[in-house]
Design a protein around this ligand. Structure first.
Ligand SMILES: Cc1cc2nc3c(=O)[nH]c(=O)nc-3n(C[C@H](O)[C@H](O)[C@H](O)COP(=O)(O)OP(=O)(O)OC[C@H]3O[C@@H](n4cnc5c(N)ncnc54)[C@H](O)[C@@H]3O)c2cc1C
Length: 349
């Protein structure tokens, strides 16, 4: 692969890899730069959950439509890349099952009452680690295992300087560094924009035993199937960025979600990731405000749900295609003040 691809993507989480795979599928050459190791995407449960996440996000019909559209981008995307997609539904077991059913119906989701709650066939699931592995091998996508330290304009595009002293250049550069964006040296106008991204730490427990054949949710969290066992999650800890497992907090989460089905002495593998989040909970996907520089960042709790749709939104923008109906909701410009717009114009290459 040439050292001058069409597009550089900084970050190999679900948003970076979905964007890279979509661009490669449209014939562009892409280089993804990432130091490797666990990230928010690899520790996630992989639920593709428009129904229950719409309730978690305040029963907003517009958001429910957006989330449903995002889920509906999965079948084609998974078929094209050979990714696992489990359309197994999800169940609510918390209090007020009939109220939950009514709220799902009001948002246009299917629901069925069952012996201990409400079931919806509208929430699906994938296998995060399998998807990340497969997408990193897509033809047309090259990988550079390093950390980008600085991004800056060059004639005709952008360059990324890595910790190993390598400099990569391309006409387009996508910043998909998750919560790690805060440490990147970016043009002032862009860092002012990405400054809206705040970290939310999440911890999840994995046990090597099946507890359910579909996700089971309540106001305390969830139990979900996972490859080789089950995951029980997840904490939402705004502002925390450490990756040290918190055993007490994790055990309390397991007790709240799985009760006596998991004993206090059962072996648990703790996984911790840092989600990036914007003030409105939707990602920044589209132009960074200067030509050739793009964002695919901060999908908070729903990176797996939103990944293929965000990949398409960013690819459309890079290729100058007309934006799809969902693109405006993710436009980073929604957080731009007049002052930032002026700074963006100054930073243009
Ligand atoms: C415990 C937990 C459970 C979750 N469960 C679900 C779920 O069931 N369903 C769902 O939809 N979402 C879930 N999420 C949320 C989802 O995981 C995130 O929204 C999503 O992973 C964010 O993806 P991303 O690509 O933006 O960031 P990340 O996955 O964090 O990827 C960013 C990448 O950028 C790289 N990077 C950072 N800085 C640099 C740099 N300077 N140079 C190069 N690379 C860099 C990092 O190494 C990383 O690989 C969960 C999150 C957590 C923490």
């Amino acid at each position: 692969m040439s050292s001058s691809p069409d597009v550089i993507v900084v970050g190999a989480g679900v948003l970076g890899l979905c964007t890279a795979a979509t661009l490669a599928g449209r014939g562009l050459t892409v280089t993804v730069v990432d130091p490797g190791g666990p990230n928010a995407s690899s520790v996630a449960a992989g639920m593709i959950a428009p129904a229950f996440e719409s309730l978690a996000d305040g029963d907003d019909p517009e958001r429910a439509r957006l989330f449903r559209d995002a889920r509906d981008a999965w079948p084609d995307f998974s078929a094209r890349h050979g990714l696992p997609l489990y359309r197994e539904g999800a169940r609510w077991t918390g209090a007020d099952a009939s109220g939950v059913a009514a709220r799902l119906t009001a948002l246009g989701f299917a629901s069925e009452s069952c012996s201990d709650g409400t079931f919806t066939p509208d929430d699906w699931r994938t296998d995060p680690q399998a998807v990340l592995f497969t997408l990193s091998k897509v033809g047309g996508v090259a990988s550079v295992r390093s950390e980008v330290q600085a991004i800056g304009p060059v004639a005709g595009g952008w360059q990324a300087r890595t910790r190993d002293g390598e400099t990569l250049a391309a006409g387009h550069l996508v910043i998909a560094a998750g919560a790690g964006v805060a440490a990147l040296d970016l043009p002032t106008s862009v860092s002012a924009l990405t400054g809206v991204v705040a970290p939310i730490r999440g911890q999840i427990g994995f046990i090597a035993r099946s507890l359910s054949d579909h996700a089971v949710r309540s106001s305390h969290g969830y139990v979900a199937p996972a490859t080789g066992g089950s995951v029980i999650g997840a904490t939402m800890e705004p502002g925390r960025t450490d990756l040290d497992p918190d055993e007490d907090r994790g055990r309390a989460l397991i007790q709240a979600n799985a009760g006596s089905a998991v004993s206090g002495s059962e072996a648990v593998t703790w996984r911790v990731g840092i989600r990036g989040a914007t003030p409105d909970g939707l990602p920044l996907a589209g132009s960074a405000g200067v030509p050739g520089l793009w964002l695919a960042l901060a999908p908070r709790r729903n990176g797996w749900l939103l990944g293929p749709l965000i990949g398409a939104v960013v690819a459309d923008a890079i290729q100058g295609h007309p934006p799809g109906p969902q693109a405006a909701a993710f436009d980073p410009g929604r957080f731009l003040t007049e002052g930032l717009q002026a700074a963006s114009r100054r930073d243009a290459p």
